[in-house]
Design a binder for this molecule. Structure first.
Ligand SMILES: C[S@@+](CC[C@H](N)C(=O)[O-])C[C@H]1O[C@@H](n2cnc3c(N)ncnc32)[C@H](O)[C@@H]1O
Length: 237
């Protein structure tokens, strides 16, 4: 995938917003960037430290980065994090964007990489219905557990919000048009949804959700499911 194409990262100070599984952190280090990687959870950090050489890992909330000074970073990179912000709190987007703006140097860049909304005709690649239904089921179970859920945003909406916050220019490109879901990814989804369903208390609800999950997974076996499109939104301060 052609992420961050044409950007000069060597020797630049980069905020890796949302460490997660540390894929972007490694990528940035490989391109010679000095990386500060922040995540609200710290349970992956030990592993990430083993996979990187000089990144500084910080546990913190992207919407409240009081520990960082103004105008220090050359880039802020959000790799599949904007859709995950709603997992921890609601209405977090603007506060996180305001923080990204504050910590970026003038003329420097915020890059957001994430999924187009799965549903809706503005996605450049229409999604497979089974994928959308699995996504709905996973989000519904998360909501029932009070965990919040993943939320995809259209890049045009994010771009307007960024301009309103003071960014002076934005540019969006589609990174990936069609990638088939590998079988192990489907199995991973099934497992994670099942684990969540099993923690619910009501037996009849559990059974109904398990039935729906089984139906979707069985149907997925006979189909080639393709991922939705991914966008890269660049915004200049
Ligand atoms: C899909 S993962 C990110 C993947 C990662 N960037 C990569 O390239 O491998 C999303 C991450 O966002 C983090 N996250 C969600 N809300 C956050 C917040 N308010 N502040 C910091 N991190 C947050 C989650 O803990 C999770 O680790």
């Amino acid at each position: 995938m052609d992420k961050l194409k044409g950007l000069d990262l060597e020797g630049k100070l980069v905020l890796d917003a949302g460490t997660g599984g540390c894929n972007m952190t490694k990528y940035l280090e490989n391109w010679g960037a000095e990386v500060v990687s922040i995540d609200i959870r710290n349970d992956w950090q030990v592993d990430c430290r083993e996979q990187t050489s000089h990144t500084e890992f910080v546990t913190g909330d992207l919407s409240q980065m009081d520990f960082l000074e103004d105008e220090v970073f050359d880039y802020v990179i959000c790799n599949f994090v904007v859709s995950a912000l709603s997992q921890t709190k609601e209405l977090l987007l603007s506060s996180a964007f305001r923080e990204f703006y504050r910590v970026l140097k003038k003329d420097s860049m915020l890059v957001i990489i994430d999924y187009y909304p799965f549903e809706g005709d503005r996605c450049p690649v229409p999604c497979n219905n089974l994928q959308v239904e699995l996504w709905r089921l996973e989000n519904a179970v998360s909501e029932l557990l009070g965990e919040g859920h993943l939320e995809e945003y259209h890049p045009d909406i994010l771009a307007s919000e960024l301009i309103a916050l003071g960014f002076r220019d934005t540019d969006t490109s589609v990174l990936l048009e069609k990638v088939p879901w590998p079988k192990d990814l489907i199995a991973e989804h099934e497992q994670s949804i099942l684990e969540k369903i099993n923690t619910l208390e009501e037996d009849h609800l559990k059974e109904a959700l398990k039935q729906k999950l089984r139906y979707l997974i069985d149907a997925a076996k006979d189909q080639k499911i393709e991922s939705g499109a991914i966008y890269e939104l660049r915004a200049l301060k």
